[in-house]
Design a protein around this ligand. Structure first.
Ligand code: 25A
Ligand code: L14
Length: 342
C-alpha cells in the first residue's frame, strides 16, 4: 500500500454521483494505483467507464476494503452507516457523501476551500457536506473572514440530479409524456416535477422544516467553525437537470459594499464572478453544469438593513456539490499525508 498512490474504492459507482466520481478522478489525473467500482449485488458485473477503459462493478461486501487506502462513498446513508466503519477498521480512509455522519462531533465535515485543517483530526471517516451547503459556504467564507456574517437567509432552486439517476429519468419521462398528451404518475417525488416547483426536499421534521433545510442550518456552522452564524433556509426542487441555484441574503457585522464583495470573491479559491447586469450576464444552471467552480452574481446591497447583501450562487451539484468535493478531500488527505487510519 502506498499513501502517495492509493488504491481507491468507489462505493455506489453505478449512481449519478459515483459515475461522476470516476470521471473527476480521471479528469484530475488522481494518483491512484488502482480504482475499483463497487455497488450492490444487482449491479455486479455492470461496466462503468474510467480512463478510456471499462471497469467491472464489484458487489460490496463486508471484507471488500482489505488492501484499499481510500474509499469514496455515495450509496445512501444506510450503506454508509453499515460499511464506512468496516472500511475504517480495515485501514481504509472513507470520504462519505451521505448525510449519515455529517453532524457526528468525531467526524470532520470538510470543504477544502473552507476548512481543510479539520482533516487533521479524522479517525478514518470524513463527511462530505450537503450539496446546497457546499456551494453556499464556498461563496460566504471569504465574506465571513472579512466582515463577520451574523445571519443568512437562503432560498434554493435545486436540480433533480441531487436525488440520483432515478429522478433524472423521472423528469425526462414526465416532460416527454406531457408533450405527447399522456398522464404522468409521480414516483421519486410526491408530485409532478415537470413544469412545477416543489417546496419539499428530503423528509419533513416536527419543526415544520425539511431535513434538507436543517442540513443547511447545522452543517454551515460546523464547516465555518462558528456557532454564532444564524441560518434560515427554504429548499425548493425545480425542473432543472444539473446545477443548484441559491438566492442568499446576508447580514454582516462590518459593512461590505457590493464592489468590495465582488473584488474579494473574484480572488477567492473556487469562485467565479459573473455579474454584468448591463450585459444580462449572471450565473445560470445551464452554463454551470459540468463546471467545477461556484458562480456568483447579482451582488447588490440589501437596502432594508445597515449591513446587508443579496447575491445569486450557482454550482453543479453533482460536481462541486458531491463528486468533485469528495475527490478534492482525498487529494488534500494525500497532500497532508493523512491517508492513515490509526
Ligand atoms: O440522501 P443520502 O442518504 O445522503 O444519499 C445520497 C445519494 O445516495 C443514493 C442516491 O444516489 C442519493 O442521491 N441513495 C440514497 N438513498 C439510497 C438508497 N436507499 C441511495 N441509493 C440506494 N438506496 P444514486 O441513486 O445516484 O446512487 C445510488 C448508488 O448507490 C448504490 N448502492 C445502493 N445500495 C448499495 C449500493 N452500493 C453498495 N451497496 C449497497 N448496499 C447504487 O447501486 C448506486 O450506485 P445499485 O446497485 O443499487 O444500482 C442502482 C441501479 O441504478 C441504475 N443506474 C444508476 N445510475 C445510473 C444507472 N443506469 C444508467 N445510468 C446511470 N447513471 C442501474 O441500473 C444500477 O444497476
Ligand atoms: O444530504 O435530493 O447530500 O437533492 C443531497 C441531495 C439529500 C437529498 C444530501 C436531493 C442529499 C438531496
Amino acid at each position: 500500500m502506498s499513501t502517495k498512490n492509493p488504491r481507491v474504492a468507489v462505493v455506489g459507482a453505478t449512481g449519478a454521483v459515483g459515475r461522476e466520481m470516476l470521471k473527476v478522478l480521471e479528469q484530475r489525473v488522481f494518483p491512484a494505483s488502482e480504482v475499483v467500482p463497487f455497488a450492490s449485488a444487482r449491479s455486479a458485473g455492470m461496466k462503468v467507464p474510467y480512463a478510456g477503459d471499462e471497469l467491472s462493478v464489484v458487489e460490496l461486501k463486508e471484507d471488500s476494503f482489505e488492501g484499499f487506502d481510500i474509499a469514496l462513498f455515495s450509496a445512501g446513508g444506510g450503506t454508509s452507516k453499515k460499511f464506512a466503519p468496516l472500511a475504517a477498521k480495515q485501514g481504509c480512509v472513507v470520504v462519505d457523501n451521505s448525510s449519515a455522519w455529517r453532524m457526528d462531533p468525531n467526524i470532520p465535515l470538510v470543504v477544502p476551500e473552507v476548512n481543510p485543517h479539520d482533516l487533521d483530526w479524522h479517525n478514518g471517516i470524513i463527511a462530505n457536506p450537503n450539496c446546497s451547503t457546499i456551494q453556499m459556504v464556498v461563496a460566504l467564507k471569504p465574506i465571513h473572514d472579512e466582515a463577520r456574517i451574523k445571519r443568512i437567509i437562503v432560498s434554493t432552486y435545486q436540480a433533480v440530479s441531487g436525488s440520483g439517476q432515478k429522478a433524472i429519468n423521472e423528469l425526462e419521462t414526465q416532460v416527454s409524456r406531457l408533450f405527447n398528451g399522456k398522464n404522468v404518475v409521480p414516483d421519486v417525488y410526491p408530485h409532478q416535477i415537470a413544469f412545477n416547483c416543489l417546496p419539499h426536499i428530503d423528509d419533513f421534521l416536527d419543526n415544520g422544516y425539511t431535513k434538507e433545510e436543517m442540513k443547511m442550518v447545522n452543517e454551515t456552522t460546523k464547516i465555518m467553525g462558528d456557532d454564532n452564524i444564524k441560518v434560515t433556509a427554504t429548499t425548493v426542487r425545480v425542473p432543472v437537470f444539473f446545477g443548484h441555484s441559491e438566492a442568499l441574503n446576508i447580514e454582516t457585522e462590518e459593512k461590505m459594499s457590493p464592489e468590495e464583495c465582488r473584488t474579494l470573491l473574484a480572488e477567492s479559491p473556487g469562485v467565479t464572478i459573473i455579474d454584468y447586469p448591463e450585459k444580462k450576464a449572471y450565473p445560470m444552471a445551464i452554463d454551470c453544469a459540468g463546471e467545477d467552480d461556484v458562480f456568483v452574481g447579482r451582488i447588490r446591497e440589501d437596502m432594508t438593513i445597515p449591513n446587508g447583501l443579496n447575491m445569486w450562487v450557482v454550482s453543479d451539484n453533482i460536481r462541486k456539490g458531491a463528486a468533485l468535493n469528495t475527490v478534492q478531500i482525498a487529494e488534500t488527505l494525500i497532500e497532508r499525508e493523512l491517508v492513515r487510519v490509526d
